[in-house]
Design a protein around this ligand. Structure first.
Ligand SMILES: Nc1ncnc2c1ncn2[C@@H]1O[C@H](COP(=O)(O)OP(=O)(O)OP(=O)(O)O)[C@@H](O)[C@H]1O
Ligand SMILES: [Mg+2]
Length: 370
C-alpha cells in the first residue's frame, strides 16, 4: 500500500498544463527565428512583427513564453506583454494588459477611455524609452468584430501620434485557415508586414522523445514500461496533440497511485485515456470560427441517429438553414478532418459516396460546443 508520503511522481509539476519545459527540443529553428525578429527591441529599436502559425499543441505558446522569460532575464529595455485573446478579446482588454504590465495595476475602470489609457501607456514608454513587444495568443479571437484591425492600427501606428513609442506584435494563430493577409486592412498591413513562423505537427519520433523526457523528469524509474509508453505515444499521435499525451501520463499515474500500484498498468492508461482524449476536442473547438462550429454542431446532431452521415445529406441539411456554397462547405469539412474532429471515408462499392464520421461521441461534442 502506498502511504501519504509515497508517490510515483518524482516531480508532478512536469505534467501540469502551464509547465514550461526546460528541455524544448525540435523547435530550435522557430525559437531562433522569433528571437531574431524580436531582437531589435533589445537595443531600443522596433521589433519586427511575426505571425506564429501551427495546429494546436505544436509549441507556439511555449516558444513565446520561453523567449519572453529570456527577454525579462536579459534586459529591462524591452517589456514583453503576453495576452491570451480568448480571455482578453477586445482592443480595450488587450490594452489594459499592456497598461497593467507597465504600471503593475489595472487602469481604473471608472471613466477611463481607450484613448486615455493609450495616452498614458505611450507617455510612460516614451519617457523611459522602453520598447513593448505584445504577444496576442489565439489572435483569431480578435478577428471577429474586427478588433484585430483596430488594435494593430493603434499599436503599430502609435509613433505617428506619440513619437518615440516603439511597439512590436507577435500574433499567434492555431487556425490554419485564417489568412491574416485577407483579414487585415491596407492601412494596417503597410505597418504590420509580418514574417510567418510555421510550427509543423510533431512526427512520431519527436513525440517519443518529448514524452520520454517528461517521463524521465516526472516519474520514478521503472514506473512506466516501454511497452506502455508506446501506447501513450500512439494515443498522442491519434489526436495530433501533445497535450493528450502529457495529460494521459499524469492521469494514469494518479490512477496507479489510487490503486496503490508500484507501477502503471495498462488498465490505468486505458481508464485515463477515457478522459484525456477529450482534451484535444476541447482545444480544437476553440480554434473554430462560428460558421465551422455551427457545421460541427449539425454533424453531431445528425450523428446522434443511427443513419450514416454522407457529404450529400449533410450539405442538404445545412443548406436548408444556411445558403452556403459547396466550395466553402467542402473547405470546412476538410478542416474538420485535418484537425481530426471528423474522419472522411469513401463508401465501399457504389460510386464515390463520401461518409463523414465524427471522431468523438456526438453528445460529448455537443456539450463541449456549449
Ligand atoms: N518541443 C517540445 N518539447 C517539450 N514539450 C513541448 C514541446 N512542444 C510542446 N510541448 C508541450 O506541449 C503542450 C502544448 O504546447 P503549447 O501550449 O506550446 O502549444 P500551442 O502550439 O500553443 O497550442 P495551442 O494552439 O492549442 O494553443 C505544452 O504542455 C508544452 O509544454
Ligand atoms: Mg497556445
Amino acid at each position: 500500500m502506498l502511504m501519504w508520503d509515497e508517490t510515483l511522481f518524482r516531480d508532478p509539476d512536469v505534467f501540469e498544463i502551464d509547465y514550461i519545459p526546460e528541455q524544448f527540443n525540435h523547435r530550435e529553428s522557430q525559437m531562433r527565428e522569433l528571437a531574431f525578429m524580436v531582437r531589435p527591441g533589445m537595443k531600443g529599436g522596433r521589433p519586427l512583427n511575426t505571425i506564429l502559425k501551427g495546429l494546436p499543441g505544436t509549441g507556439k505558446t511555449t516558444t513565446v513564453r520561453k523567449i519572453f522569460s529570456d527577454i525579462e532575464d536579459t534586459t529591462s529595455k524591452m517589456i514583453p506583454v503576453y495576452v491570451n485573446c480568448q480571455i482578453d478579446n477586445t482592443k480595450f482588454a488587450v490594452l489594459s494588459q499592456v497598461y497593467k504590465k507597465i504600471t503593475g495595476h489595472n487602469p481604473s475602470a471608472a471613466g477611463n477611455s481607450f484613448k486615455r489609457v493609450f495616452e498614458s501607456v505611450a507617455q510612460l514608454i516614451s519617457e523611459d524609452e522602453k520598447v513593448i513587444i505584445v504577444a496576442l495568443d489565439d489572435a483569431n479571437y480578435l478577428v471577429y468584430e474586427n478588433e484585430l484591425n483596430k488594435l494593430l492600427y493603434i499599436l503599430l501606428r502609435s509613433h505617428e501620434t506619440y513619437p518615440k513609442t516603439r511597439i512590436g506584435v507577435i500574433t499567434i494563430i492555431s487556425d490554419m485557415d485564417v489568412d491574416l493577409t485577407t483579414v487585415i486592412d491596407a492601412r494596417v498591413s503597410s505597418v504590420f508586414c509580418p514574417t510567418d513562423i510555421y510550427f509543423p505537427p510533431y512526427q512520431e519520433e519527436e513525440v517519443r522523445s518529448i514524452l520520454s523526457e517528461r517521463v524521465l523528469q516526472g516519474l520514478y524509474p521503472g514506473v512506466l514500461s516501454d511497452a506502455l509508453l508506446d501506447i501513450v505515444i500512439g494515443h498522442t499521435l491519434a489526436s495530433g496533440d501533445l497535450r493528450v499525451g502529457i495529460d494521459l501520463l499524469k492521469r494514469a499515474t494518479l490512477n496507479a497511485e489510487r490503486e496503490a500500484e508500484r507501477c502503471i498498468t495498462g488498465k490505468n492508461i486505458s481508464e485515463a485515456y477515457q478522459i484525456s482524449k477529450y482534451l484535444h476536442l476541447q482545444f480544437c473547438l476553440k480554434s473554430l470560427k462560428k460558421e465551422e462550429a455551427d457545421i460541427l454542431r449539425l454533424i453531431a446532431t445528425l450523428s446522434e441517429t443511427d443513419e450514416q452521415l454522407t457529404m450529400g445529406s449533410l450539405f442538404e441539411a445545412l443548406h436548408a438553414k444556411n445558403p452556403i456554397g459547396y466550395t466553402r462547405f467542402y473547405e470546412i469539412i476538410k478542416k474538420l478532418d485535418a484537425i481530426r474532429l471528423v474522419n472522411l471515408a469513401f463508401k465501399e462499392g457504389r460510386g464515390r459516396t463520401r461518409l463523414i464520421n465524427l471522431r468523438y461521441e456526438p453528445d460529448k461534442v455537443l456539450s463541449y460546443l456549449k
